[in-house]
Write a protein that binds this ligand. Structure first.
Ligand code: CA
Length: 229
């Protein structure tokens, strides 16, 4: 799951980034509206957290409006310093999905983020299951055949993306875009390395069918290809 944070207060932006990364999200940060707008309209995010007041040609509201008029319906959480009813209405009217008044507690932010992701089937926070493998995005527990599996946050994020897009060929580029941050600067063979780590933990120790598979020349797929349920 990849999140964009646009916030000009570096302290808040960096705290939010660190906190979300601990929850296994890939996080990009922009510190002004122009950079934020450019990233929001060109990179495939799963969620955006936008500050209302930003330096630049536009602001948080302007970014949401531009996204919605470009048919980009990524969930948006708006941060606002002002606790005015008018402001909130303005944000929601512009197309934001929720707002949070600053200062906020990090647990509150995470709760809002989860609630927004829960609304969309591609990002719901209920447990994912495929054959004998289960992954719980909330508790971050992974089990296969009743046996608990320890994953690093990046392995977890990669497996979660696979499990949300089962039985479909995913290119390395697609995996990079949704699982890694913009500034992670990773190469396609980094994906191979992480897929290798996942196989060692998810597939190799078990007698069951291999779930992480290679489609030579195209990328990877999770589960049984073309299995119609
Ligand atoms: Ca601000």
């Amino acid at each position: 799951m990849r999140v964009l944070v646009v916030e000009d207060e570096h302290k808040i932006a960096n705290a939010v980034k660190r906190g979300l990364q601990q929850q296994s999200y890939a996080v990009d940060v922009a510190y002004d509206a122009d950079q934020g707008l450019a990233m929001a309209t060109t990179e495939p995010y799963d969620l955006m957290i936008l500050d209302r007041m930003l330096p630049g040609k536009t602001d948080g509201i302007g970014i949401v409006q531009t996204l919605r008029s470009n048919n980009i319906h990524t969930p948006v959480l708006l941060l606002t310093a002002k606790d005015k009813v008018l402001d909130r209405a303005e944000g929601l009217n512009a197309g934001a999905d929720d707002y949070l008044v600053k200062p906020f507690a990090f647990v509150e932010l995470i709760a809002r983020v989860r609630a927004l992701l829960r609304r969309s089937p591609q990002t719901s926070t209920t447990a994912l299951a495929y054959q004998d493998l289960t992954l719980n995005p909330e508790s971050m527990l992974v089990e296969r055949s009743g046996q608990q599996i320890e994953l690093t946050t990046k392995e977890f994020a990669l497996l979660e993306y696979f499990m949300r897009h089962p039985e479909r060929v995913l290119s390395k580029e697609q995996l990079i875009q949704h699982v890694w941050d913009y500034d992670a600067d990773i190469l396609p063979n980094t994906v191979e390395v992480y897929v290798g780590y996942l196989r060692t933990k998810i597939d190799k120790p078990f007698k069951s069918e291999s779930l992480i598979n290679t489609k030579r020349g195209f990328g990877y797929y999770f589960g049984v290809l073309g299995n119609t349920k």
